[in-house]
Design a protein around this ligand. Structure first.
Ligand SMILES: CCCCCCCCCCCCCCCCCCCCCCCCCC(=O)SCCNC(=O)CCNC(=O)[C@H](O)C(C)(C)COP(=O)(O)OP(=O)(O)OC[C@H]1O[C@@H](n2cnc3c(N)ncnc32)[C@H](O)[C@@H]1OP(=O)(O)O
Ligand SMILES: Cc1cc2nc3c(=O)[nH]c(=O)nc-3n(C[C@H](O)[C@H](O)[C@H](O)COP(=O)(O)OP(=O)(O)OC[C@H]3O[C@@H](n4cnc5c(N)ncnc54)[C@H](O)[C@@H]3O)c2cc1C
Length: 680
């Protein structure tokens, strides 16, 4: 019997009945048309309705129910996710969802870390990006039809961040025109790749290429791991699951060792670097072009930070509307906890950030498609900017979203600690985004290094024109300028907000550059001098990335204004943008005060304006989270249900707890009864 037809699985949906009266009232009082904002977020009415059809199909399908995960063992969760994969495939055929976009929409609606995530997210993109036309012709049809399932095996037990330190070797054997893959040490064992342990039949392996004892750097190779007949590992391959993790139970992150495994020469992905039959090696046009899938994935991760944070905020805001604690004065009704300023100060900046990241996602998608277009024409000039910007934004967005989910959880009090709130699993499954696809701190060094280089160039060559987002590095006179936002009103000026962010970023870059020089003047070489400024480099990367996020939010509102978006929508987006801008100045106030950019003349009106913005958002808070348009299935939370029947839903879902299957506790007879009934 498939687990979906087990009789005692908990329901995913809210308990039916009249909706919570406070939520109904708040929805009726929104200052803007919610539906229009939803269309804006999802790219129009038609696209929204298409997404809704898919989301509703998934939400009403018992195979995709989610809350059973709370009660299943690790192995059962893995099996359940495979069941969902099979059903996903069936629905693609049944509903003709053959385009990549349809399939992406369906996976997003299923909303689970399926063990085909790496197949679609990294294995296929690597074949597309790194394979020759012939290699694509050979593997893509098989991969797209799931005749083979693949993953991306790069990280090893001994190295993840330092890719050049990978130890897996691919030695070219000219006599047979094969590569021999080998894991020479324990630390060469591939470790972590998703779906490697039990699911994948194939993988792209990153290994150091050796030809006639010459090291040619790390390259991608296509390797079959398991038999397509019986799924047994092939000769020379040791593969398995890496064991329990913080969460991510549905994913079989794996280990992999090679014992002199032979693959044909044409299994090296050779779009950019080639090995000829006689062993002649041709170098790629850019030394880091084989890292391109990671850049793609980082861009994708930036795009998902908004929706993840939006889910957490939706749960916390709806719950905070339903939840009441304390009357202000005795005899008065109790207050919705969302009326408390502290609750608003915790949640509304995150609400604003979810919207800000939405526009960041649009921006990076655009930048990525420009980059791909260039790469197809052998133009790699945008790669450094693409790499640095995506590395920084991936770090900032995942850090803020991770911390934000935890803030939302804590804002829900005791019920936030219940897994039935949906927040603990959202958090636990999301936080590895700060580590995978490049540890955030290490990624920050990449962006900071890029900024320091450009700053150095601009200093050495006055008049040099730098690309848009970094053009402020040309303007060292900006360092002498001070904030002039001495009233609450002036703090609402986007030009002043951006000035503050630009000034902070430039200040930190300039300080870092000066410290680098100072360290070198003390006698350190450049490498050691960089080591001495590394904490500051993280601050530099964050400061620049904040500026990019705000700049995009401001520009997006300007574009919406120009394209005739209605005033109520523009007004509410502007309020969110203001709160985003001012909140993150307040959060890092030390940076702005340290060099006298701000003084108490400016901070008083800043704090006052933030309080006003919280008040302005309060009446629209429910409408603003409703506009994200999540189904109850997508939220998977008893606290965030759309109809607000929070207590009824919590109570019903708790009945599914296996401990409640019997009235008398398991273990009672062995462990409780003996002392309860013992003679005094
Ligand atoms: C897209 C559009 C939007 C989306 C659209 C949406 C629509 C489409 C959707 C389609 C479907 C999507 C479905 C998704 C489903 C997903 C589900 C799965 C969820 C996720 C599951 C989890 C997956 C997790 C998988 C993983 O985790 S996979 C493993 C990831 N592992 C890492 O990320 C290692 C980090 N480490 C390094 O990246 C490097 O090692 C290191 C530190 C850089 C140093 O690299 P090194 O070689 O040492 O180089 P340096 O010496 O430092 O630098 C030397 C010079 O090269 C430069 N340079 C370094 N790099 C690069 C680079 N790339 N590019 C360019 N330049 C570079 C550097 O700037 C410097 O320049 P210079 O200063 O000289 O000018
Ligand atoms: C859930 C999950 C899924 C994953 N999926 C995959 C996958 O599908 N395929 C795959 O190949 N890999 C995968 N990974 C591996 C992941 O990409 C790596 O763990 C990640 O890139 C970080 O590398 P690391 O583990 O070597 O960290 P380390 O580099 O060892 O980092 C440890 C600490 O050292 C610091 N540090 C490292 N280098 C420096 C430096 N030069 N200067 C200063 N500080 C430094 C870091 O900031 C960090 O605080 C996955 C990991 C996780 C957790």
């Amino acid at each position: 019997m498939s687990s979906s037809s087990k009789p005692n699985l908990p329901v995913t949906n809210a308990v039916n009945g009249p909706p919570n009266a406070d939520l109904v009232r708040e929805r009726g009082a929104a200052s803007f048309p919610v539906r229009d904002l939803t269309y804006l977020v999802y790219g129009g009415q038609e696209r929204t309705e298409h997404l809704e059809r898919i989301a509703n199909m998934v939400a009403s399908d018992p195979v995709f129910r989610k809350t059973d995960r709370f009660f299943l063992s690790r192995t059962e969760q893995y099996r359940r996710s495979l069941e969902k994969v099979r059903h996903y495939k069936e629905l693609i055929a049944k509903h003709n969802l053959h385009s990549e976009l349809d399939q992406q929409d369906l996976r997003q609606a299923i909303d689970e870390d399926l063990p085909i995530g790496l197949h679609v997210g990294m294995f296929i993109p690597t074949i597309v990006g790194q394979g020759t036309d012939e290699q694509q012709k050979k593997w893509l049809p098989l991969a797209r039809a799931y005749k083979i399932i693949g993953t991306y095996a790069q990280t090893e037990l001994g190295h993840g961040s330092f890719i050049r330190g990978l130890e897996t070797v691919a030695t070219y054997d000219k006599s047979t025109q094969e590569f021999v893959l080998n894991s020479p040490t324990l630390t060469a064992t591939k470790w972590w790749p998703g779906a490697l342990g039990k699911t994948s039949t194939h993988c792209v392996v990153f290994a150091r290429l050796v030809i006639s004892d010459r090291e040619c750097g790390v390259h991608p190779f296509m390797v079959q791991l398991r038999s397509l007949e019986n799924h047994e590992p092939l000769k020379g391959i040791t593969v398995g699951d890496i064991g329990p993790k913080f969460a991510y139970e549905t994913m079989d992150n794996g280990f992999l060792r090679f014992d002199h495994v032979r693959i044909p020469r044409d299994h090296m992905l050779m779009r950019f670097a080639q090995v000829a039959a006689d062993g002649t090696y041709s170098t790629p046009p850019h030394s880091k072009v084989s890292y391109a899938t990671m850049v793609f994935m980082r861009a994708y991760i930036i795009g998902t930070a908004s929706s993840t944070l939006a889910k957490a905020v939706t749960i916390a805001v709806r719950y905070s509307c339903v939840r009441k604690q304390f009357p202000l004065r005795s005899g008065e009704p109790e207050q919705q906890i969302l009326n408390y300023q502290n609750q608003q100060a915790a949640l509304f900046p995150l609400l604003a950030t979810a919207y800000a990241f939405h526009f960041t996602g649009n921006y990076i998608r655009q930048m990525y498609s420009d980059f791909v277009r260039g790469m197809r024409a052998q133009d790699f000039s945008v790669l450094p900017e693409m790499h640095a910007t995506s590395a920084g934004l991936k770090s900032l967005t995942t850090w803020i979203a991770s911390a934000g989910i935890e803030t939302c959880r804590a804002s829900c009090g005791g019920h936030g600690y219940s897994k039935l709130s949906g927040l603990p699993s959202l958090y636990a499954n999301y936080i590895p985004a700060c580590t995978y696809e490049g540890d955030n701190t290490v990624m920050c060094f990449q962006l900071a290094r890029y900024l320091l280089k450009l700053y150095g160039k601009a200093q050495a060559k006055p008049g040099l024109r730098l690309p848009g987002n970094v053009s402020y590095l040309e303007k060292s006179t900006l360092l002498d300028e001070r904030c002039d936002a001495s009233t609450e009103e002036l703090w609402l000026d986007p030009a002043r907000q951006l000035h503050a962010y630009r000034n902070r970023a430039l200040r930190l870059v300039a300080n870092c550059a000066n410290r680098l020089v100072a360290e070198m003047q003390k006698g350190k070489d450049e490498v050691l001098a960089v080591e001495a400024i590394k904490s500051d480099m993280v601050k530099v990367a964050k400061a620049h990335s904040y500026y990019v996020v705000l700049n995009n939010f401001v520009n997006a509102i300007e574009q919406l204004r120009a394209s005739g978006t209605s005033t109520p929508i523009l007004r509410v987006l502007k309020t969110l943008c203001d709160l985003f801008a001012l909140h993150f100045i307040q959060a890092d106030l030390g940076d702005f005060l340290e060099y006298g950019y701000l003084s108490s003349l400016h901070t008083e009106p800043l704090h006052a304006q933030i309080r006003r913005l919280l008040e302005a958002i309060r009446p629209d808070a429910v409408a603003l989270v409703d506009a994200f348009n999540f189904t109850d299935h997508a939220l998977g939370s008893a606290l965030g249900v759309h109809n607000g029947r929070v207590y009824e839903t919590l109570f019903e879902w708790a009945q599914q707890e296996p401990l409640n299957k019997t009235q008398v506790a398991p273990g009672y007879h062995e462990y409780i009864k003996p002392f309860l009934l013992a003679k005094m």
